[in-house]
Design a protein around this ligand. Structure first.
Ligand SMILES: [Zn+2]
Length: 192
């Protein structure tokens, strides 16, 4: 059981050694996902387990729950026994709790694959609502469900296209393009 204080993982920079940076990414992702979801609810996120037993990725995903902002986030893997708590997460930059009650625009449910969910999590400069939608992607059985308003979906598709256009790394560009195709198809939008 990993007991972590998020504040100890916030000043991670390019000089931080790989393992420490990976752990910080893991924990900040969990905070983003947990806070993007509702309190008092235990649910399975799209975040993959970090463990690699026998050099193969654990197929589990991270399950999160929390009750109040002052209390820790609890997390565990849906497959193995990896688990932990994270304290001092509220009001951090990874806290994606709803800031205000927004007018209830209709939302749609878009099924995405693991790679698309992962590509969406890497997008910089998303606004708070889009970020929350991305980290709130929920695993139900073998499917990942993205719940978004039309505006958020358009923003995400635009961000994928813009990021792919500016990406010098071919491999990442392909990932972004694939995610773009997947999202436009899933959204029922024609490809331009
Ligand atoms: Zn696991």
């Amino acid at each position: 059981m990993l007991v972590a204080d998020l504040q100890h993982f916030l000043d991670v920079g390019p000089d931080t050694p790989g393992p420490a940076r990976k752990l910080a990414e893991h924990l900040s992702g969990i905070v983003a996902a947990a806070s993007a979801g509702e309190a008092q609810t235990r649910w399975e996120t799209a975040l993959p387990c970090r463990r690699r037993p026998a050099h193969r990725a654990c197929p589990g995903r991270i399950v999160v729950s929390w009750t109040q902002p002052e209390h820790p986030i609890n997390w565990c893997c849906s497959h193995c026994d990896d688990a932990g708590t994270i304290t001092n997460w509220a009001t951090s930059i990874y806290d994606l709790r709803r800031q205000q009650l927004t007018a209830s625009e209709p939302v749609q449910d878009v099924v995405v694959d693991t790679d698309t969910a992962a590509a969406l999590r890497t997008l910089p400069f998303l606004d708070h609502d889009c970020q929350r939608a991305v980290f709130a992607i929920r695993a139900l059985g073998n499917e990942l469900h993205l719940t978004v308003t039309d505006t958020e979906l358009d923003d995400l598709i635009d961000s994928l296209a813009a990021e792919a256009n500016h990406e010098p790394n071919r491999r990442r560009q392909r990932q972004l393009d694939t995610a773009y195709d997947h999202l436009t198809t899933a959204a029922g939008q024609p490809r331009w």
